[in-house]
Design a protein. Structure first.
Lengths: 115, 110
């Protein structure tokens, strides 16, 4: 079974520029998650999709971050405009149905550096 | 979100057992206990999870206290590849939302 795919793996941009990350979850997984992991901290959930609907985006900075999951498969996370504090690893994960006992499968992440 | 408390770091010798503790005194009766680990420069990976009873799999064992307010992840024979940050996470029964704390950084000495 193919794992969660993410691209790009690394990205360097200047502040106030925009950037987009792409995620392709495991085939058949209904739930998709985006996390932000700042160096030295645990991952923080930004947004959770169930199929193509948002079930939790309470920690997404909506003035600059946006995410979509068209057709309930792959997803894009965008930052516009980027700030220095957005430097982090952005992780995508998926799970079968989003139930409490489900395992989450994580991708390798995209390391973003904002200069 | 129910929170967990873990030691910041632990050290173990290679090929010895490791017991990683986690306190979750505010756990509700239907919360699952998950353990994930994160190796350097990788995304977190699943280790084990349980609800009420102790659980075993090929990677580890999970011992859950009778009152469910604490749990222990047991690695039976630590290897150098087990050096990672280990996260203890609670999720509600019907909603798979993870809150990652700071985790426990496990160092394994040869």
């Amino acid at each position: 079974e193919a794992g969660v795919a993410q691209s790009p793996r690394y990205k360097i941009i200047e502040k106030r520029q925009s950037v987009a990350f792409w995620c392709n979850p495991i085939s058949g997984h209904a739930t998709l998650y985006w996390y932000q992991q700042i160096l030295g901290q645990g991952p923080k959930l930004l947004i959770q999709f169930q199929n193509n609907g948002v079930v939790d985006d309470s920690q997404l900075p909506k003035d600059r971050f946006s995410a979509e999951r068209l057709k309930g498969v792959d997803s894009t996370l965008k930052i516009q405009p980027a700030k220095l504090e957005d430097s982090a690893v952005y992780l995508c994960a998926s799970s079968r149905a989003g139930q409490g006992g489900d395992e989450q499968y994580f991708g390798p992440g995209t390391r973003l550096t904002v200069t | 979100d129910a929170k967990t408390t873990q030691p910041n770091s632990m050290e173990s010798n290679e090929e010895e057992p490791v017991h990683l503790p986690c306190n979750h005194s505010t756990i509700s009766g239907t919360d699952y206990i998950h353990w994930y680990r994160q190796l350097p420069s990788q995304g977190p990976e699943y280790v084990i999870h349980g609800l009420t009873s102790n659980v075993n799999n090929r990677m580890a064992s999970l011992a859950i206290a009778e009152d469910r307010k604490s749990s222990t992840l047991i690695l039976h024979r630590a290897t150098l590849r087990d050096a990672a940050v280990y996260y203890c996470i609670l999720t509600s029964y019907n909603f798979n939302k993870f809150y990652f704390g700071s985790g426990t950084k496990l160092n394994v000495k040869p």
